[in-house]
Design a protein around this ligand. Structure first.
Ligand code: NAP
Ligand code: GDD
Length: 309
């Protein structure tokens, strides 16, 4: 069994590759060229996988990657994934997330039409649709990133219906870990707490503390992605913990982990308030529980502690 993974150097790509290797899947990892190195999250796996250089915006490189690896499974995890940045780089976000997905679908259609395809869709697509959200909830994205993910999601469904591509979309709610990028709120807070606890900073500047998210662990959510690929029939699944907490809850627990009172250190800075907010994401993962027998194993409190520790 061979798998091609885009977004291999990201948080979830690294957990996914570890899980695939455990199952003796041969892994081809798409990596984009960097002048300083961007493979830290997979450096410990480099001897066990094949790196292929490429970029989601370059169809030639994706054609090569698919033709060279001849994969049974394609996991499309590559994205400009930071919602806040997508207002500053909307065109680039659309190009990578939506255009890149289209480029990859074409490469699969031409060079590996029987491969199973996994699309990293997002709860950000639900945007302002009231909670709980499941596979039937209408999309109302609130950011350029959300719009781009919705376009990619619909394109994947279209290739499934038009060309019989065996594509499944995992509509994943927020998932985090100690490998999370520094600009996302959970990592920013846990890192900020560590700096303050070690006397290297005194304050932490944040935006909207009222937003609610359904947070889980990246390891658990990548287990779900593989379970989707093991199904005979492609389909779309919502993956989430079915419990939502506010950003304030996360902040409070993270500071409490080191015996500090968050209200003595956190300042609200309008620079981190978004032009439009997604107020409340809460998964209804009934379908995944029923058809994939998937359950999360790491709780919100364990996640906060892992990230702060
Ligand atoms: P991440 O840590 O930001 O990783 C993104 C990956 O995409 C990185 O490997 C990055 O490469 C790569 N990438 C970005 N632009 C690219 C381009 N033009 N060509 C090739 N590769 C490119 O994100 P993540 O948390 O692992 O998330 C993985 C996927 O799931 C993303 O598609 C994200 O949108 C989606 N998703 C995430 C969540 C979540 O809560 N984590 C929830 C729902 C959906 P570099 O390392 O070189 O930057
Ligand atoms: N990043 C950040 N920084 N967010 C902040 C801050 C801050 O200083 N202050 C408050 N927030 C709020 C944001 O406004 C948002 O409501 C919430 O914290 C979570 O923000 P992020 O951690 O940046 O994640 P996200 O929910 O916008 O997007 C993540 O989840 C999506 C799935 O729902 C990303 O991983 C996306 O790629 C993913 O698709």
């Amino acid at each position: 069994m061979k798998a091609l993974v885009t977004g291999s150097t990201g948080q979830s790509g690294s957990y996914l590759i570890e899980l695939l290797l455990e199952q003796n899947v041969e892994v081809f990892a798409l990596v984009r060229r960097s002048s300083i190195g961007n493979t830290q999250r997979i450096d410990h796996l480099k001897d066990k996988i094949t790196l292929i250089f490429g970029d989601m915006c370059d169809p030639c490189s994706l054609n090569h990657a698919v033709n060279y690896s001849k994969p049974d499974w394609v996991f499309n995890l590559a994205a400009m994934s930071f919602v806040g940045e997508s207002w500053r780089q909307p065109k680039y976000t659309l190009d990578v997330v939506a255009g890149g997905t289209l480029n990859l679908l074409e490469a699969v259609r031409n060079y590996a039409p029987n491969a199973k395809f996994y699309q990293a869709s997002s709860s950000e697509m639900f945007g302002s649709s009231p909670p709980p959200q499941n596979e039937l909830t209408p999309f109302h994205p609130r950011s350029p990133y959300g719009v781009a993910k919705t376009a990619a999601h619909l394109m994947v469904q279209n290739y499934r219906e038009s060309y019989g591509i065996q594509a499944s979309c995992g509509i994943l709610f927020n998932h985090e870990s100690k490998r999370r990028g520094i600009e996302f709120v959970t990592r920013k807070v846990s890192h900020g707490v560590a700096l303050i606890a070690n006397g290297k900073a005194t304050e932490l500047r944040l935006g909207n503390l009222d937003a609610k998210r359904d947070w889980g662990h990246s390891f658990d959510y990548m287990r779900a992605a593989i379970l989707m690929m093991l199904r005979d029939k492609p389909d779309d699944y919502v993956i989430g913990s079915e419990v939502a907490y506010s950003v304030r809850d996360f902040v409070s627990l993270a500071f409490a982990r080191v015996g500090l009172d968050w209200e003595e250190h956190v300042l609200i800075d309008p620079a981190f308030v978004r032009p439009a907010e997604v107020n409340h994401l809460l998964a209804d993962a009934t379908k995944a529980k029923r058809e994939l027998s998937w359950r999360p194993t790491i709780t919100f409190h364990q996640l906060v502690n892992e990230m702060v520790d």
